[in-house]
Write a protein that binds this ligand. Sequence first.
Ligand SMILES: [Zn+2]
Length: 172
Amino acid sequence: MTDTSTTATDFDDLLEANRRYAETDFATGGFDGVAHAGVAIVTCMDSRIDPLRMVGLAPGDAKIFRNPGGRVTSNALEALVLGVHLLGVRRVLVVPHTRCAMASASEQELRERVGASAGQDASWQAFHVIEDQRGALLADVRAVRSHPLIPDTVAVGGFLYDVDSGLLERVV
Ligand SMILES: [Zn+2]
C-alpha cells in the first residue's frame, strides 16, 4: 500500500486474516485473563521478538508488556502490580535485546530521523534512549524488586535477548 492517506479498506487484509484466524487457529475462547504459566514479560516492541514462543509459552500463558527498548516504566510497573495481585503472575522477565534502536541511536539522532520523516521539527519529542543497556536492565529489575506492592516471593530476572541467535542470556 503506497497511498499514505487512510481509506475504509486500509485494514481489509488484516481483517480477512483475522476471520481465518478465528476459524482455524483461535483456541482461547472462554479463557479467563489469568497468566496460566504465572509469567509476565516486559520486552521491546521490536518485530523480531516473539515473547511467548521464545520461552515455550502460548496465548493464555503470560502477560506481555511492550514498549520501545523493553523498559520498566511507571506504566510497566502498573501492569506488573496488576499481574502479580490479580492475574496469577509469579515470575517476571525483563527482556531488552541486542541491536535495539533504542540502545544504539542517540536521542538527537532519533529526533533528526523522525523529523526528516515527518517533514517537521521533532526536537520536542522524547524517546528515552538507553545509553547503557545493561545498566538500565539492572536498574529496571531493581525497580520491580523494590516496588512496595511486588512481594519478594515473585521471581524477577533480567535477560538480554539475542535477535540473531534467538537465545536469552540471564544478566541479573
Ligand atoms: Zn528494541
